[in-house]
Design a protein around this ligand. Structure first.
Ligand code: ZN
Length: 325
């Protein structure tokens, strides 16, 4: 009898361990339908936004002479993608939700050759897939998977399964090392590896324009570290890194990749990263309260919440502990 009970207990413990290890594979299908979420009928539109085309799905906001935000106010994600032009070429940072083709919008805005660079590989940033040129952050865990420069995001990186979308396969033209510059012609962007939201997230620093494009690391409203590849240790390491990179630019504008509920373009300040860093330290030592079950929700400041895994599942060791860029 005791022996049978012992075996049953071992099996239960093993099943629980597998359940915890494979939690995203279990939770993502439970939390989503696997079907397309249609755009909403009404939306709050970004100030000074101009609708594109008859469908008026995309809204374009010109930030300066060479920088455009391309917003998707009607999508559930309220994505904001950026077209950043130099004199030789333009960079498309993110391409929106995979059901909508951003390429005609970009063509209308510039004649320059376009390089697509995802801020990270979630399907609401990778768009429809095919681009003239594709750049990707040069990280060992991505580069090792590319065969003859062909690369496809994996299940957990892409998460398109939530709406029944397959990841694209890209030919990578440009692997960008963290800390190095992307030269657009009379305009340089420095790429920083800023994981936390995912383990492939990047930020771009445009020193001359005093803008840091932060992807989903820091956007309007929610920030989240509970998806596959998300990590609290990475979030904290990236906060230190972003603060170092902008130490000489106290008034830098942080431009994230999702609008808030008010539909306006996201813009945060360097001090918001300081607050985030301080609150992360409190989360790590267990002194910041949280609510909810999964994800746990931490109030970072009045207009920012962080969705994270419960403390016993939080990983506080960075993906690349020695990385400074
Ligand atoms: Zn994301």
């Amino acid at each position: 009898m005791a022996k049978k009970f012992g075996i049953a207990l071992v099996i239960v413990v093993m099943l629980l361990a597998i359940g915890v290890w494979q939690r995203h594979r279990i939770l993502v299908p439970l939390a989503t339908t696997g079907e397309r979420i249609m755009p909403s009928e009404e939306a709050s539109l970004p100030a000074d936004g101009k609708p594109f085309g008859e469908e008026a799905y995309f809204y374009i906001v010109q930030l300066d002479e060479r920088t455009f935000a391309i917003a998707e106010p009607y999508s559930w994600a309220k994505n904001v993608n950026y077209l950043i032009a130099g004199t030789d070429r333009a960079l498309l940072l993110d391409a929106g939700v995979g059901f909508y083709d951003i390429r005609p919008v970009v063509k209308q805005l510039t004649d320059l050759p376009i390089t697509f660079l995802p801020s990270h590989l979630h399907y609401d940033h990778t768009g429809q897939g095919g681009y003239e040129r594709v750049a990707l952050v040069d990280l060992p865990h991505l580069r090792d998977r590319a065969k003859e420069n062909m690369f496809a995001p994996n299940w957990g990186e892409h998460l398109g399964v939530a709406e029944g979308l397959e990841p694209a396969i890209w030919e990578i033209d440009e692997w960008v090392k963290p800390g190095s510059d992307i030269d657009l012609g009379e305009r340089k962007l420095t790429l920083f590896y800023t994981p936390g939201h995912t383990d492939n997230s990047i930020s771009l620093l445009d020193r001359a324009s005093n803008i840091m494009f932060t992807g989903d690391y820091m956007s309007a409203g929610n920030i989240s570290a509970y998806y596959p590849g998300g990590s609290m240790g990475d979030y904290l390491q990236s906060a230190h890194k972003l603060l170092r990179a902008t130490a000489d630019s106290p008034n830098i504008a942080l431009r994230g990749a999702h609008a808030g509920d008010d539909g306006q373009l996201p813009v945060k300040a360097r001090s918001d990263i300081e607050t985030l860093r301080d609150q992360l330290v409190k989360i790590e030592d267990g002194t910041l309260e949280s609510t909810g079950s999964y994800p746990r929700v931490y109030a970072i400041k009045e207009d920012v919440v962080m969705q994270a895994e419960p403390r016993w599942l939080q990983d506080w060791s960075p993906t690349y502990p020695d990385d400074e860029n």
